[in-house]
Design a binder for this molecule. Structure first.
Ligand SMILES: N[C@@H](CCC(=O)N[C@@H](CS)C(=O)NCC(=O)O)C(=O)O
Length: 286
């Protein structure tokens, strides 16, 4: 029997997606928390040996690392075809395009797909967590050790501006609106899950992205008024036992106080802009 150890962070999109897949497949594993912006544990040599890009998650299988979240999910699905949900039902272009849209591809620009927008809308919190460290130590650590070249610069900017650099969040509100409307239209198929009648890896990816939208307090997205399909889908996926087991139960507690510091007990201050963008896109379509 394989021994699985997952290295991840609670409030990480890609880690949540893998934990959700493991939960839906009923796979047990040991877990190692790797802290990100607040301490930079992922940039240390011992972790970099496992994951040269210095990203989470990593799954080790009998000591051998697999780094990319989608590769981890595919490996698990292949190893355990008869256990839990079958996450990769086919290899069609339609399914792969959907995964591409939802996957956090670190080679894509922030906002280019729904997956990379999940990172983009998190920047206010990431900025506050980075500010737990001095500018100099963030600069040295990211510059010297980060395994993805363009992220060295992005994180440094986010530390300097203590959050999104000017204009970035406005841009993210446009991209997020666009990807939400695309998802809403996709769900017009009227089926229960995003790829049809069966739960798949695409649901693992989408559930986590919607969780991030909710966590960043864009509550209007879920109230059923502007995006009714997404609202219905969200109620269903967030009621699955895997949602609590893989996402809520793994929260580190680092994000909640930062969200309170940013927004008190209210909605994201950019919610109005997001809603305007969604309405503009919907109006153009009609
Ligand atoms: N394509 C990668 C992306 C992983 C990724 O971007 N992970 C983020 C957390 S969601 C991370 O490690 N961020 C820390 C950093 O870039 O310093 C995957 O899907 O595994």
């Amino acid at each position: 029997m394989n021994k699985y150890v997952l290295y991840g962070y609670g409030e990480s999109v890609a880690s949540n997606q893998v934990r959700l897949a493991l939960s839906e497949k009923n796979i047990t594993y040991d877990y190692n928390l790797v802290k990100l912006e607040s301490t930079g544990e992922h940039l240390r040599d011992d972790y970099k040996k496992l994951n040269p890009k210095t990203l989470v998650p990593t799954l080790t299988v009998n000591g051998n690392p697999i780094c990319e979240s989608l590769d981890i999910m595919k490996f698990i699905d292949n190893e355990h075809p008869d256990q839990g949900k079958s996450l990769f039902p086919d290899e069609s272009e339609t399914f792969n395009d959907l995964l591409d849209f939802l996957f956090l591809d670190d080679s894509k620009e922030l906002g280019a797909s729904f997956g990379s927008t999940g990172g983009g809308i998190s920047v206010p919190v990431l900025g506050r967590l980075l500010c737990k460290r001095s500018l100099l130590s963030v600069f040295m650590d990211y510059y010297k050790n980060h395994g993805v070249k363009k992220r060295k610069f992005i994180f440094l900017m986010v530390r300097i501006f203590r959050g999104p650099p000017p204009g970035l969040y406005e841009k993210m509100m446009y991209f997020l609106a666009k990807h939400l409307v695309y998802t809403e239209n996709y769900l017009n198929h009227g089926k229960e899950f995003i790829y049809g009648d069966k739960y798949t890896a695409a649901d693992c990816l989408l559930t986590v992205l919607l969780h991030r939208v909710n966590e960043m307090r864009f509550y209007d997205v879920f109230d059923g008024k502007i995006l009714p399909n997404i609202s219905k889908y969200w109620s269903m996926v967030s009621s699955r036992p895997s949602y609590k087991e893989a996402i809520i139960d793994y929260e580190t507690g680092e994000w909640k106080p930062e969200l309170v510091a940013l927004y008190g007990d209210g909605a994201n201050t950019f919610s109005g802009l997001l809603e305007n963008n969604i309405n503009n896109i919907l109006n153009k379509e009609n």
